[in-house]
Design a protein around this ligand. Structure first.
Ligand code: G3P
Ligand code: CA
Length: 458
């Protein structure tokens, strides 16, 4: 189980492909299959109890037709809690096999049997379950019918959460009805609210002037442009209901934070690969995407200046400004870069270093854009062989920038240009490090970037 700080696999209405939605068996199943969190829907009974139930009536997912044949199509809020408590919200799953998981053998006959008689849970009951397990809870408040307009459902949900003693950070409150979220924020600014958008598939989803810090958007209406716009406005984005593994991985890689899915078992069986910022993820594209390019350039220029002028705070200020207006994938890039910058700073000023040697410290942290930025002013002022040598080093760094970003052909072409010059002027590099390692790496087929100053380290 990953730490609760990264709950990205959220079981929609519980693990509803494996157990009857919005019942304790579905919530327990979500936990069992390794979901990090659970999403569920709050509705209100006639006597003001907060229950977990999705539809506006009980017809689809309970035996209301049997228990209340005359009222089976009546709206949820017309039933007292004492009436709801007697409904069977589990048997329908075995009768209808809504995700074909029974026919497919994923859900056993004995499990199906055990679902029978499951109750419609109260929100309070579920909150205790969440509190006592390592789970995140996305509480969706369904809009109340006009008849209950005076009922302060947002306040009641907050009260319920407070009574259960669930810490902020363990839950969020979402709704398609955004006034509920504003009400939550007015009462408790520390509670995370998620603005649900994209309910109507016939209309583009409305980002509502990016008022909210977090949006739960509809995967069927999303595109990269919307995500980038949201991130540019500093918003975080979760997606519902993502049921294909490739889509789950794709959006997580791009920087979507939480995937709300009917198949949490799929995502926990096939978690996304850990992000590796040396091999750039599709989210941060230092050559293909303008936002990434700007961040790459601004950050590496600021770093080069900070390093050569002994002013480290300058780069942290720039990074802070960039991070505030960037997508999560870019923020990850910035954090990763800053970590390496700190290591370079620690070493750079411990002993005297000229600017070329500083570029080698950056090289050994695989900061190839930054190597370019450090060497370029030197190259501009240099003459003769030294100028050619610096140009070749810039090309060698460029070669590894391209290679990292997944462009092997331009990488090979830059290596081919740098190699003969470096061979000819290897004595200039030998003043600092053994040039043989770099020459060998640049010789086709291209090898990974060698450590230069740190060549003798294990
Ligand atoms: O919270 C995401 C999703 O649950 C919203 O749609 O209809 O499944 O409640 P719905
Ligand atoms: Ca929901």
């Amino acid at each position: 189980m990953p730490p609760l700080t990264t709950p990205f696999n959220i079981a929609h209405r519980g693990a509803r492909s494996l157990a009857p939605e919005n019942t304790m068996p579905a919530f327990r199943k979500a936990l069992e299959v390794g979901a990090h969190g659970i999403e569920s829907d709050v509705r209100v009974s006639a006597d003001g109890r907060l229950i977990l139930h999705h539809d506006s009536t009980f017809e689809r997912t309970t035996n209301v037709k049997v228990v209340f044949p005359q009222r089976s199509a009546d709206l949820v809020h017309t039933f007292e809690w004492s009436e709801i408590a007697g409904l069977d919200a589990g048997s329908w799953f075995g009768e209808r096999d809504p995700f074909s998981t029974i026919a497919g053998g994923r859900v056993s006959p004995s499990e199906v049997q055990a679902f029978c008689g499951s109750a419609v849970p109260l929100l309070g009951e579920m909150l205790l379950f969440v509190r006592d397990h390592e789970l995140f809870f996305n509480i969706e408040i369904k809009p109340l019918p006009a008849a209950m307009a005076g009922f302060d459902v947002a306040a009641k949900v907050v009260e319920c959460v407070e009574m259960a003693g669930l810490d902020t950070g363990r839950f969020s409150i979402s709704s398609f009805h955004h006034p509920y979220l504003r009400r939550v924020k007015d009462m408790r600014g520390d509670i995370e609210v998620n603005a649900l958008i994209g309910e109507n598939l016939a209309r583009p989803q409305d980002w509502d002037a990016y008022e909210f810090a977090v949006y739960n958007a509809n995967v069927d209406l999303i595109d990269l442009l919307q995500l980038q716009q949201a991130w540019r406005h500093g918003c975080r984005v979760n997606l519902y209901t993502v049921n294909r593994l490739a889509q789950m991985h794709h959006y997580l890689e791009l920087g979507v934070e939480k995937i709300i899915t009917d198949y949490p078992q799929l995502l926990s069986d096939h978690p996304p690969a850990a992000r590796n910022h040396n091999r750039q993820s599709r989210g941060f594209q230092p050559f293909a995407d303008r936002m990434s390019r700007n961040i790459r350039n601004e950050l590496s220029k600021a770093f080069a200046r900070a390093l050569t002028e002994h002013r480290p705070t300058a780069v942290f200020k720039v990074a802070d400004k960039l991070a505030r207006t960037s997508a999560p994938c870019c923020r990850d890039y910035i954090d990763d870069r800053l970590e390496r910058y700190r290591r370079v700073f620690d070493r750079a000023w411990a002993t005297p270093n000229d600017d070329f040697r500083l570029s080698l410290l950056a090289w050994d942290e695989s900061l190839f854009f930054e190597v370019h930025e450090i060497l370029e002013p030197l190259w501009l002022q240099a003459h003769g062989d030294y100028k050619l040598f610096l140009q070749a080093m810039i090309r060698a760094a460029g070669c590894y920038m391209k290679e990292e970003a997944g462009y092997p052909a331009p990488a090979a072409s830059l290596a081919a240009k740098a190699l003969p010059v470096l061979r000819t002027h290897r004595d200039l590099l030998d003043r600092y490090v053994d040039s043989g390692r770099l020459l060998e790496a640049l010789t086709p087929p291209l090898s990974p970037a060698p450590l230069l100053l740190d060549a003798s380290s294990p």
